[in-house]
Design a protein around this ligand. Structure first.
Ligand code: HEC
Length: 273
């Protein structure tokens, strides 16, 4: 009897404990939604990502070289002011179809640390194709200090690091908008439809005409976003085309092998019929 009473008390206590946080939670929600002038951006759902028809999609997809080259131009002129790309060397740029001389010129256009001079003072020298991409800041602290405390992530493998890959990157670059009415933004933050929580420290980096293309392509926001994402996807997966070709060869070989096996089987069994 006593045991039963104790049990029912425990059950009651557990029920109360379970009810109260729930009550507190639903109270919070009601409060967040009721007044029109204070909507939390965390409560605004993130829509499904747009699906872009990338040149590198599918088993036969390849990187559109012209697009990747325009994308590098955008990285060079816009993104590299804040984002590093530590895992890339200038010579890797031959992978998007730039010539050795073009790569040399690109590398030589930046100054990199070049050891010390006779007096022991640090000096700089023009970059070489064997140098890493030059980072905009010497370290993470400096990068944060220049960006209101937020860290612009290294872009070498950004395409792999985010769910949705290229579609997500494209969505972020084209997803800036005015915050919906009643939404309060934290200071220094920008509203983005696709960023988790909708408040991003990066100011909108691309607008129509942010760069001047030399191949006659019109630099609309959509085009610029596609080009830079093509470049970033190549940077994160430089071996992708080779991998796909190997995959196709393996499949062709397996089809061939199946055919041979079937022919042999027919041959062997035909004697027994
Ligand atoms: C003025 C500096 C600045 C420039 C220029 C800039 N970014 Fe950023 N970027 C940032 C900062 C800061 C963050 C971190 C934002 C945060 O965590 O709220 C960021 C974050 C990002 C993210 C990450 C979103 C995520 O999921 O974490 C992507 C993608 C991105 N930038 C792409 C680009 C591209 C592409 C360019 C060039 C077209 C570019 N950025 C130019 C400062 C910059």
């Amino acid at each position: 009897m006593r045991g039963l009473k104790f049990l029912s008390l425990t059950v009651a206590a557990a029920a109360v404990a379970a009810t109260f946080p729930a009550a507190a939670q639903s109270g919070d929600k009601a409060e967040a939604k009721a007044p029109v002038h204070e909507i939390s951006t965390a409560d605004i759902p993130v829509p499904p990502l747009p699906h872009v028809d990338w040149s590198f999609n599918g088993p036969f997809g390849t990187f559109d070289r012209a697009s990747a080259q325009r994308g590098f131009l955008i990285y060079q002129q816009v993104c590299s002011n804040c984002h590093s790309m530590d895992q890339l060397y200038y010579r890797n740029l031959e992978g998007i179809g730039l010539s050795e001389d073009q790569v040399k010129a690109i590398a030589a256009s930046v100054q990199v640390p070049g050891g010390v001079n006779d007096q022991g003072q640090p000096i700089e020298r023009p970059g070489r194709p064997s140098d890493h991409f030059k980072a905009p800041f010497p370290n993470e602290e400096a990068a944060r200090a220049a960006n209101g405390g937020a860290y612009p992530p290294d872009q070498s493998v950004l395409e792999l690091a985010r769910e949705g890959g290229p579609d997500y990157l494209y969505a972020i670059l084209t997803g800036y908008a005015d915050p919906p009415p009643g939404v309060k933004m934290m200071s220094g933050m920008n509203y983005n439809t696709y960023f988790p929580g909708h408040q991003i420290a990066m100011p909108q980096p691309l607008q129509e005409g942010s760069v001047q293309y030399t191949d006659g392509v019109k630099p609309t926001l959509d085009q610029e976003a596609k080009d830079v994402v093509t470049f970033l996807t190549w940077a994160a997966n430089p071996e992708m085309e080779e991998r796909k070709q190997t995959g196709v060869r393996v499949i062709l070989f397996l089809v061939f092998l199946t055919g041979v096996t079937y022919a042999v089987k027919r041959r062997v069994w035909s004697d027994l019929h």
